[in-house]
Design a protein around this ligand. Structure first.
Ligand code: EPU
Length: 419
């Protein structure tokens, strides 16, 4: 198992190119099982462990997957023979649940492992299953597996009790091949969902209203292959924005959709960063110690939970006291204890972290507990005096494309060593 070593207190400067969005690519890969005619080609796919896991899942179903040196992926679903997602793969990546809706819609049956526990919260899938039942599927959960069957899914009105990103995606995908019209009320509206809908429509689906909280899907008989370039990863972009702020650096972040990072940009401006927004890039400059800022996470367009840990790290070295409230997941403060090992002053109660900014953090050995927690430890390490050693870096490899190479190019002293 590798670890990352960081020698901190080096202001970062230069430009960085953001990769394709993990949370766009994963549902698109899963949607490919629904294609009856032609191939799916995805361009500029990020080089991530979660992408590898998803392609393994699809390969063991019989789908042929090829990848070239530019990370363009082609999928030929015509050879699928196995409608099954085993525990060994699902336990490492919860988004595997995204094959359930597509398999059921196209083949009328699916057996998918129930995702197990997760470091950031319970993360049940009850809303996915309830909605599929409303669309006519019989669903049972036995021996740790979800088994779903249906002759043909039928359109229904689905009212989600709370917003769910993959829940919305699973039901949109299932509804594309259902008989009749499905409306999803209280749908999530993250940009990755809109990207998925654009991709589905290119495949011949009829989805409208995406980007709002009510999505309508008119079922069609079949879907065909297409080529698509997933949108840039707004969470990777936000992480580099915080890297500029936390190191008092000056970074131009390219190949992004600035509007998708609005909530993060607004908070960084409040913290004292100078931000120049262009059409597809932003430049973030921080000249002085950041000011402490209060954060509260919520579904898009509000402040994303996937940026909470990174902003918590920024508050740890900021001037003043702040509070960070996590409203999406019930256990997403695992990074707090590790940041405390670096000298941060954080007190967590319920879903709130109270932070008293320290002038300086000190490098320490720390352990990554989940993807975004590991990003926050890297950011803290970049700001800290001395050396930070981060263990369990496989978490970061799940969702950040070439993170240490990208950081090295803008001046970070970061390296990877086998444990
Ligand atoms: N929820 C339920 N029942 C359900 C589904 C969700 O109670 O059936 C709850 C969850 O437990 C959570 C809340 O609803 O408390 C919202 O969860 P959501 O379903 O939106 O999360 P998700 O779809 O499992 C996606 C991203 C996460 C991101 C969240 C929130 C993907 C593959 N994953 O997860 O990304 O944090 O939305 O924006 O899109 C990450 O990239 O690090 C990551 C964790």
């Amino acid at each position: 198992m590798d670890k990352l070593l960081i020698d901190g207190q080096q202001p970062l400067s230069g430009s960085v190119r953001i990769s394709g969005a993990k949370n766009s690519v994963l549902p698109m890969l899963c949607a490919s099982v629904m294609v009856s005619d032609g191939q799916v080609e995805l361009e500029n796919v990020p080089h991530l462990q979660d992408v590898t896991t998803t392609t393994r899942l699809l390969t063991q179903m019989g789908i042929s997957v090829t990848m070239d040196e530019f990370m363009d992926i082609s999928l030929d679903p015509s050879t699928i023979h196995n409608l099954y997602a085993p525990y060994e793969l699902v336990k490492t990546m919860r988004s595997s649940i995204l094959v359930l809706g597509p398999l059921l819609a196209k083949y009328g049956e699916a057996k998918v492992s129930l995702p197990g526990g997760c470091a950031i919260g319970m993360r049940p899938v009850d809303m996915h299953l309830d909605a599929l039942q409303r669309m006519g599927a019989s669903v049972s959960v036995e021996n740790g597996y979800i088994t779903a069957k249906v002759k043909k899914l039928k359109g229904a009105e689905i009212i989600f009790p709370r917003k769910s990103v993959t829940g919305t995606e699973n039901i949109i995908m299932a509804a594309t091949l259902a008989k009749g019209t499905t409306t999803i009320k209280n749908a999530a509206s993250e940009p990755e969902i809109s990207d998925l809908c654009l991709f589905l429509n290119k495949m011949g689906a009829k989805v409208s209203g995406f980007g709002s909280d009510e999505v309508t899907i008119h079922g069609v008989n079949s879907l065909k292959g297409t080529r698509h370039k997933p949108l840039p990863d707004r969470i990777e972009a936000g992480t580099f924005m915080v890297a500029a702020a936390i190191t008092r650096g000056d970074i131009e972040i390219n190949n992004i959709v600035p509007e998708h990072s609005r909530a993060v940009i607004d908070k960084l401006i409040q913290s004292g960063a100078e931000i120049k927004i262009l059409k597809d890039s932003v430049r973030v400059k921080m000249k002085k110690r950041p000011k402490a800022i209060n954060i509260e996470t919520n579904a898009y367009p509000f402040f994303p939970t996937d940026m909470q840990a990174q902003m918590t790290a920024l508050n740890c070295i900021a001037d003043g006291d702040s509070s960070v409230k996590e409203n999406i997941f019930e256990n997403r403060f695992m990074h707090a204890q590790e940041l405390v090992r670096m000298g941060a002053k954080i007190r967590v109660h319920d879903n709130i972290a109270e932070i008293s900014g320290s002038k300086e953090l000190l490098g320490a050995p720390v352990m990554a507990t989940d993807l975004r927690a590991s990003a926050s430890l890297i950011l803290a390490g970049l700001a800290a005096k001395g050396t930070t050693e981060i263990g369990r870096v496989y978490h970061i490899d799940r969702g950040y494309d070439c993170i240490e190479e990208k950081l090295q190019l803008i001046g970070a002293r970061i390296s990877r060593k086998p444990m």
